[in-house]
Every structure is written in structure tokens, then in C-alpha cells.
Design a protein around this ligand. Structure first.
Ligand SMILES: [Zn+2]
Length: 296
């Protein structure tokens, strides 16, 4: 557990879980996977004013369980236990909608278009069905508390896991794991009639991951019968922007799974085929692990 010792926040290990490699007979590989949006522990101080069932539609529910095979191939799995609607670790620290606050924000505020148009910045103001999450203004203290108790420990845990992974070979592979609503095109206001793929890989159009690695993952999914699109409709957000740098051997790829594959999107209960999807993902991870070993 050496690389988690540096975490500054005492209860960070409660808000962020780190599952280390579990290989008995082979060396670990420089693979780190992270699931920032699958947390379901709603903190007592959230104080939201919206139906919980609606709020839960923001979650990438069960993603960390779908990918539980990561440690078995020699990789590390980092995942958040807090919900992304409380604070979203895949946004910059400055992606703040100041109109949500009771008084001026003391730091930089640079809200993204998604924050302004959809209410989905660092702290969500709206659910994904555009309901207001609060009937009050937030205090600066509570937003700072969310940053310090959740956002920062998650960022630190992932950064340290990636640094530890690349120590030996100076190369690393990072899968940033998500799931997407089956009506993603509609929600993004994109033209109707397009069919959403089972899997959307996002590499920031090559800026976060080499085309070869994106291709290895895409082909592995296709061999298991999944339809795959690249950067359509999601190219990736802040975590792969921060960590991906293919020219240095740092490959970060975002993977979005269509929730209709594994989840009842109303009840958040897994579908019967959940374990089949888990098995497929474990085999895809094994294919990637073989590829990674060939690159070392
Ligand atoms: Zn997500």
C-alpha cells in the first residue's frame, strides 16, 4: 500500500477506495483504472432538495463492480464512494457556477459550457433531467469542504497510483471508467435517429491516448460482440486531460458503457446479464494486460 500513505486527508480512504493488484504468479503491470462516478454513499451534509431517484440518474452505478477484474490482471483500481452529484472529480477545481453560492467565491471560477448550460460543473446544480438539486444557496465553506474531503483525496489517490505504476518502466496505461445513459444523444441535444454504441471510447482525439492503444481496446470489445464508437459523443473530460500524454508513454483512455447493457436505468438494479458483462470485461482486461506486457 506504499503509494497511498501520502494521502493527506485522514478519512480519504473512506471516500476513495483503492484495490491493489492481486497477482500471485506474475509481476504487476503499469495499468491503473479509475471509476470517479460510481459512488453511492450520499453524505449527510449533502442537503439536496430533489427526488433521490432522480439524483441517482447522475451516477455511473455499479461501474466499479463491472470492472472488479482489474486487480486480477495485475492492475490497480481506484474508485470514489461519494456520488458525483455531490462533487465531480472529473471536473477542474475551478469549474464553479458562482450563482449557486451565497457569497462570492474566494478563488478562481471558470465555469465550463457544461456547467453553465447543463448545471453539471464541479458541484452539480441540476440533475441530468434538469431538475434543480437545491432550493437554497450553498455556502463557500460547504463547497470547500467537498473539495477538501472528496475531490482532492480522489485526485491525489489517482495521481499517486499512476506515478507508482509508471515508476519502473516510465510507461503507463490508464482506463477512466464510466457509464452513459442510453439516451445520451438526446440528453446532449444532438440530432435524433443516431444509434448510441454499446461502448464509447474517448481519447480527446488522440491527445490523451495513442491511436494504437485505443485500437487495441476497441478491437477487444468488438471481438466480444460490442459496438464501439470513438469520441462520439464523448471525447473525454478532465481526468484523462490531466493524466494522458501519449508522447511520454502515458496513455489515458475514457471508456463509457451504455447503461442499457447492464442496468435498469429506473431502479438502478443490475440486469440478469450483469455477470456476463463482468466476464467479458475481465477478458478484455486480460487482452490489454497481454498487450501491455509486450510493450515493457
Ligand atoms: Zn461518468
Amino acid at each position: 500500500m506504499s503509494f497511498v500513505h501520502g494521502l493527506s486527508c485522514e478519512y480519504s480512504q473512506y471516500m476513495v477506495k483503492i484495490e491493489l493488484p492481486k497477482l500471485l504468479h506474475a509481476p504487476n503491470i503499469p495499468l491503473v483504472c479509475d471509476s470517479p462516478h460510481s459512488g453511492t454513499h450520499y453524505p449527510a451534509d449533502f442537503n439536496y432538495a430533489v427526488d433521490l431517484a432522480d439524483l441517482r440518474k447522475c451516477e455511473d452505478t455499479h461501474v466499479e463492480k463491472l470492472w472488479e477484474g482489474v486487480p486480477a490482471v495485475g492492475g490497480t483500481l481506484v474508485h470514489a464512494t461519494f456520488p458525483r452529484s455531490y462533487i465531480d472529480t472529473n471536473r477542474t477545481e475551478h469549474d464553479i457556477d458562482v450563482t449557486m453560492l451565497a457569497i462570492d467565491w474566494p478563488g478562481r471560477a471558470e465555469p465550463s459550457p457544461r456547467c453553465i448550460q447543463l448545471g453539471n460543473g464541479l458541484v452539480f446544480s441540476k440533475t441530468t433531467t434538469l431538475q434543480n438539486i437545491y432550493q437554497r444557496q450553498l455556502s463557500v465553506d460547504e463547497v470547500q469542504h467537498r473539495i477538501n474531503s472528496c475531490w482532492r483525496p480522489y485526485r491525489e489517490a489517482l495521481t499517486q497510483a499512476l506515478a507508482a505504476a509508471s515508476q519502473q518502466h516510465n510507461k503507463r496505461w490508464h482506463l477512466n471508467l464510466h457509464s452513459m445513459p442510453s439516451n445520451a444523444y438526446e440528453r446532449l441535444g444532438l440530432p435524433k435517429g443516431k444509434v448510441l454504441a454499446d461502448v464509447v471510447l474517448g481519447d480527446l482525439h488522440g491527445a490523451a491516448c495513442s491511436p494504437e492503444v485505443t485500437d487495441v481496446v476497441a478491437e477487444a470489445f468488438k471481438r466480444h460482440g460490442y459496438t464501439v464508437s470513438v469520441n462520439d459523443p464523448y471525447a473525454g473530460m478532465d481526468l484523462i486531460r490531466q493524466h494522458g500524454n501519449p508522447s511520454r508513454g502515458h496513455n489515458s483512455l475514457q471508456i463509457e458503457l451504455n447503461r442499457a447493457l447492464y442496468l435498469n436505468e429506473q431502479t438502478r438494479e443490475p440486469l440478469l446479464r450483469f455477470s456476463q458483462i463482468q466476464n467479458d470485461l475481465s477478458q478484455i482486461l486480460a487482452t490489454l494486460a497481454t498487450y501491455i506486457r509486450q510493450q515493457l
